[in-house]
Design a protein around this ligand. Structure first.
Ligand code: GLU
Length: 285
């Protein structure tokens, strides 16, 4: 049987903090326990937020924690043609449409929230006449490509010939099949105005390309898995097993942010905290 493949996929938007340490240690721990492989992928396609200067620090923090990963580290910014090929495939399936709306227009017309709490897209540009789209494109108006969710779910159910589900492992490694409800995301953005993919498209393409069999990540991404499962079915990609772990919170119970300097691994290290202390702080020792 093939070895299980785990990964840690940080976005280089800031320094790693205790929450990332927990995520990486959980994934690495499971990889070691299961005789598996462990990969690192830098998710750096968000040009507005990703900074190359954080990458060396992220890798140094992981090494300091005692984590060993297989080389080479994959950078999403070097994988753009793969995302383009996938979005073109979805376009050929008739499942994407251009959306010229601004954030403010979406927020003003929206009537609900997606699972992340963002305004739910009200379908403003779904079903627009081809000549209007051609005219706007020719005029160079920026647009995102959105998934026609109803059509996508119908296509996926036909392809999978069963309801959409994914396997979720709990802390003790017990597996449960979870029903995916991607409709909660509305017509999600698949190709951003400012990047050749959305996180959702890039993550499913890369997990499949890297042969990731086990996705360990925080519960904040649990609902996104519904969308990921849908994209996997539409693009004929294998289904990894998921483990969405608990989140490390601050004293007030809030999820740690990249801006939370006091819990950055670098600042903890500088204050004499050891990797063993980090394990204790996140409840792993
Ligand atoms: N890059 C994402 C983050 O840093 C994680 C993506 C994932 O694990 O699927 O939050």
């Amino acid at each position: 049987m093939d070895k299980p493949v785990f990964r840690f996929a940080p976005s280089p938007n800031g320094e790693l903090h205790l929450g990332h340490a927990f995520s990486a240690l959980v994934g690495y721990g499971r990889a070691c326990a299961g005789g598996g492989r462990f990969l690192v992928r830098i998710e750096d396609i968000d040009e507005g937020r990703a900074r190359a200067r954080y990458v060396a620090g992220i890798l140094a923090d992981l090494a300091w924690l005692g984590i060993a990963w297989e080389e080479p580290v994959v950078f999403q910014s070097r994988r753009l043609p793969a995302y383009r090929a996938a979005s073109e495939r979805l376009e050929r399936m008739g499942l994407l449409y251009p959306c010229f709306a601004t954030r403010a227009e979406v927020a003003a017309a929206s009537c609900g929230r997606d699972p992340d709490g963002a305004p739910l897209y009200p379908g403003l540009y779904r079903g627009r006449a081809p000549d209007e789209i051609a005219r706007r494109r020719a005029a160079g108006e920026p647009y995102a490509l959105r998934l026609d969710m109803a059509a996508a779910i119908a296509a996926a159910v036909k392809l999978a010939s069963c309801p959409l589900r994914f396997a979720e492992l709990d802390e003790d490694g017990r597996s449960q099949m979870i029903e995916a409800r991607p409709e909660r995301w509305g017509d999600a953005v698949i190709v951003r105005k400012d990047a050749p993919a959305s996180y959702h498209l890039a993550v499913v393409i890369d997990d499949a390309w890297q042969g990731v069999s086990h996705v360990t990540r925080g519960r904040d991404l649990y609902a996104a898995t519904d969308l990921h499962r849908l994209l996997q079915v539409l693009l004929s990609l294998p289904a990894p097993v998921y483990h969405h772990h608990r989140l490390i919170t601050d004293a007030a119970g809030r999820k740690l942010a990249k801006s939370a300097r006091d819990t950055s691994l670098r600042s903890l290290r500088e204050r004499g905290v050891t990797p063993m202390d980090v394990r204790r702080l996140v409840g792993l020792a």
